[in-house]
Write a protein of this length. Structure first.
Length: 141
């Protein structure tokens, strides 16, 4: 006899990377392309948040293997995505997640960067459980 049960996926959690571990974090996730990934995230942030003019980025690792960079959650940014007409004000962490998702998606189509698709899916899965998920998915849609 087969009994059907509903299984829930485990909750994906984020852990802030300690300052002493920052230097090894990007190379561990992105290999020799880590500087290009970081530069792309900063550039994408400038592109989607016209009022962004730099800042200190926290590094976050996800329990599913993912990674993202984000600004202070108390900061507010106007996100404008011309490709889909979105204009929304979000906190710094949400803006960082949006920038990372754009970069991971774009780079996943580059030769030798196919692993970026994994990072996109890991971060997207984490973002789906956040209270700001509607803003995140509206931006990347």
């Amino acid at each position: 006899m087969f009994i059907e049960t509903e299984m829930q996926a485990p909750e994906i959690t984020a852990r802030k990377v300690r300052i002493s571990k920052r230097l090894e974090t990007l190379p561990r996730h992105f290999g020799r392309n880590f500087l290009a990934v970081e530069r792309c995230i900063f550039g994408t942030m400038r592109s989607v948040c016209p009022d962004y003019d730099g800042g200190y980025w926290e590094f976050w690792e996800l329990s599913n293997g993912g990674f993202f960079m984000a600004l202070d959650k108390s900061d507010r940014y106007q996100v404008t995505v011309y490709a889909n007409g979105l204009s929304d004000e979000v906190d710094g962490q949400t803006a960082g997640i949006i920038a990372c998702l754009f970069v991971y998606s774009t780079l996943s189509f580059e030769s030798g960067m196919e692993h970026m698709a994994d990072h996109f899916h890991w971060l997207r899965d984490y973002a789906a459980g956040l209270p700001t998920s509607e803003s995140i998915f509206a931006a990347i849609d």
